[in-house]
Write a protein that binds this ligand. Structure first.
Ligand SMILES: NC(=O)c1ccc[n+]([C@@H]2O[C@H](COP(=O)([O-])OP(=O)(O)OC[C@H]3O[C@@H](n4cnc5c(N)ncnc54)[C@H](OP(=O)(O)O)[C@@H]3O)[C@@H](O)[C@H]2O)c1
Length: 246
């Protein structure tokens, strides 16, 4: 029996990963923000033969409720074999430059809530001494840039915090995978002009699923060549980079 907790279960990437787990013998606890969307995911996974033991409606702005959420999921699943944290929001940075409240809200949705969830998961995973956590960060966290200042800063915070949690949990036999997709064709990027760098959520999900099943690598670039691309991006000196206005 596989026990799977997905937070942000209505995300296109998470749904596609969940679909690969949605077979008889899998028990899901699914967390999402929008009731109808979450119900559609439940119905689909059940139709595929999986069992959904519980759902929870949660807006990441209520990040302080992370412990409660994890406790509820644990009550229903008993333990977690796989945890996937996938919620996120890509704000229009141009509208944030003069809006402190929105800026901090976006940071809380994309970073604070994930730090809160990981912190709530630590004692549980430490105690059960097994399992794998996958956290959706992004290549956007590797270099701050004008058009994604808050989103990139939040993803950088997630990547750094996740690395710390991985260090803490490794001796307990728990794996943590920081997932860094490049552009993925999902509702989050619907407004962006498409180019050959875009991957489908299904392709990205297959790679994430394989990594979760293997318990690694620690840092997963999807597709893999983003590792090389970002190494190049990081090499551009800031004195030039700041003029690119990207
Ligand atoms: N798409 C990309 O190019 C890309 C690249 C790198 C990393 N990522 C990361 O991958 C993850 C999944 O994104 P996706 O591409 O699958 O996007 P998506 O399909 O647009 O899904 C975004 C998810 O986040 C949820 N969400 C947004 N704001 C929330 C809030 N305040 N509280 C709770 N849930 C909230 C959405 O809930 P609703 O369904 O209720 O709206 C939805 O489930 C995100 O962490 C994203 O940052 C995406």
């Amino acid at each position: 029996m596989r026990r799977v907790l997905i937070i942000g279960a209505t995300s296109a990437i998470a749904q596609a990963v969940g679909r690969l787990y949605a077979v008889p013998g899998t028990r899901f606890f699914l967390v999402g923000r929008t009731a109808e969307k979450l119900q559609a995911v439940v119905t689909e996974y059940q139709a595929r033969g999986a069992t959904v033991v519980g759902t929870h409606l949660w807006d990441a702005q209520r990040w302080a409720e992370a412990i409660e959420l994890v406790e509820q999921a644990r009550e229903r699943l008993q333990k977690f074999d796989v945890v996937l944290i996938a919620h996120g929001n890509l704000p229009e940075q141009q509208q944030l430059w003069h809006d402190l409240t929105q800026t901090l809200e976006q940071f809380h949705i994309n970073a604070t809530s994930i730090i809160a969830l990981l912190t709530a998961l630590v004692p549980v995973m430490e105690q059960q001494q097994q399992g794998v956590i996958g956290v959706l960060s992004s290549v956007a966290g590797e270099r701050g840039r004008m058009q994604m200042a808050v989103y990139g800063a939040a993803k950088a915070a997630v990547t750094a915090f996740a690395a710390g949690v991985r260090g803490y949990l490794t001796p307990f036999g728990v794996r943590l995978i920081t997932i860094k997709p490049g552009y993925v064709d999902t509702p989050m990027t619907a407004h962006l002009p498409k180019n050959p760098l875009f991957a489908s959520p299904e392709r990205v999900a297959r790679r994430i699923y394989r990594a979760l099943e293997r318990g690694g690598p620690d840092i997963l670039y999807v597709p893999w060549w983003w590792r090389l691309l970002m190494a190049g991006v990081r090499l551009v000196p800031e004195r030039l980079f700041k003029h690119l206005r990207i």
